[in-house]
Design a protein around this ligand. Structure first.
Ligand code: KIV
Ligand code: ZN
Length: 391
């Protein structure tokens, strides 16, 4: 693997689908999996086969169809889960089993009522067992974000020796600060024997709104896989958003890190997931939200009309959005009104704009937004204005 390549592990169909009310059927999952493969993700986590017959079937069907990306199935650290995953992945060209166990004191004491020694033993057994079925075994240390680094390093070294190919370091509760999460990855890079032979993976939750920042901090400290979802959907406040990490790396080329994702398909893929799950993103969602490339204040509109780069760091075409939009509101200026009027066929002179603009402001004050039909109406109400322009 090129050391500047960051692998994209998409978990929209597993962690993403854990959102209440967003369950997908097998057909819907197949459509999304095909789109993810086309998008260029490296790994598709297709489900958790032991969890239900429907999830088993989805992983099995996706395994039959996907030819480029690895298809991954989640398990807990026990033989039954691993056997179900292996069976569901039977037809996959590139199968991966994702097994693991909680490693924080909170998980060891309250969830497993166990000890650190026994947890390491179970981790080794799970990875060794999974290796009987597939070569590619990813280990997750659940709640690694709150796990003591020294113990985490011990777990990582043990599972590398057992054959793990990828080490997932989840900030399961979204607790870490970016500096802290980055330092955790660096600590593992510096202190785990054999770490150079595996890929470290960032799996960050968004409980404090830091999932994307934490994943990027992990990558800057040597991780080379990001686990993420389309639109950042997932348990509670969600996961790292795929579109955000892809565009962060692309917009900061000096980092010398990139993914294989075809960014021009990001907007359409986001729409597909929103519609399939019935879960719309907020308008101000980075990259794919309705307002991500919309400008409504006069100062910004004037700048964007003169040169898009004054207020946009991403070319909308690069993420599959047709163009930036100039939204007309009571905060819009003359340049925006002239621009939108031109778009619907009226080349306004300076005098015409002087007459129309105050009327536009009065009209806009009573509305949230002024649409094309409103522009036609405003102009048609100005007979002398209407007769002075050719339409
Ligand atoms: O958040 C988490 O820890 C997980 C693991 C199961 C990988 O989703
Ligand atoms: Zn998760």
């Amino acid at each position: 693997m090129n050391k500047n390549n960051v692998q994209i592990f998409d978990t929209t169909l597993r962690d993403g689908e854990q959102v209440p009310g967003c369950k997908l059927n097998t057909e819907q999952k197949i459509v999304i999996a095909k789109r993810l493969d086309l998008l260029g993700v490296d790994v598709i986590e297709a489900g958790f086969p032991i969890s239900s017959p429907g999830d088993f079937k989805s992983v099995e069907e996706i395994s039959k169809i996907i030819k480029n990306a690895s298809v991954c199935a989640l398990t807990r650290a026990n033989e039954k889960d691993i056997e179900a995953a292996a069976k569901a992945l039977k037809y996959a060209v590139h199968p991966r089993i994702h097994t693991g166990i909680g490693t924080s004191d909170s998980h060891i004491i309250h969830k497993f009522k166990s000890t650190q020694e026994k947890i390491i033993e179970r981790a080794i057994q799970a990875v060794s067992y999974a290796k009987n079925f597939v070569d590619d075994v990813e280990f997750y240390a659940e709640d690694a974000g709150r796990t003591d680094n020294k113990f985490l390093a011990k777990v990582c070294e043990a599972v590398i020796n057992a054959g793990a190919t990828v080490l997932n370091i989840p900030d399961t509760t979204g607790y870490c600060l970016p500096g802290e999460y980055g330092a955790k990855i660096k600590y593992l890079k510096d202190n785990v024997k054999g770490i150079e032979n595996v890929i470290l993976s960032c799996h960050c939750h968004n409980d404090l709104g830091l999932a994307t920042a934490n994943a990027i901090a992990g990558i800057q400290n040597g991780a080379r896989q990001i686990e993420c979802t389309i639109n950042g959907i997932g348990e509670r406040a969600g996961n790292t958003s795929l579109e955000e990490v892809v565009m962060i790396l692309r917009q900061h080329p000096y980092l010398n890190l990139d993914t294989r994702v075809n960014s021009k398909l990001l907007y359409d893929t986001s729409q597909l997931v929103q519609q399939s799950m019935g879960m719309m993103v907020q308008p101000n969602k980075a990259i794919v939200g309705e307002n991500a490339f919309a400008h409504s204040s006069g100062i910004h509109q004037d700048g964007v009309i003169k040169n898009r780069e004054t207020y946009e760091i991403i070319n909308p075409a690069d993420v599959g959005v047709n163009e930036s939009s100039i939204v007309l509101t009571a905060r819009s200026g003359r340049a925006a009104l002239a621009y939108r009027a031109k778009n619907v066929g009226y080349e306004l002179t300076k005098i015409e704009l002087d007459i129309l603009y105050p009327q536009f402001l009065n009209y806009a004050d009573s509305r949230k937004e002024v649409h094309d039909a409103d522009i036609h109406q405003l102009i048609s109400l100005n007979k002398p204005l209407k007769s002075s322009v050719n339409f």
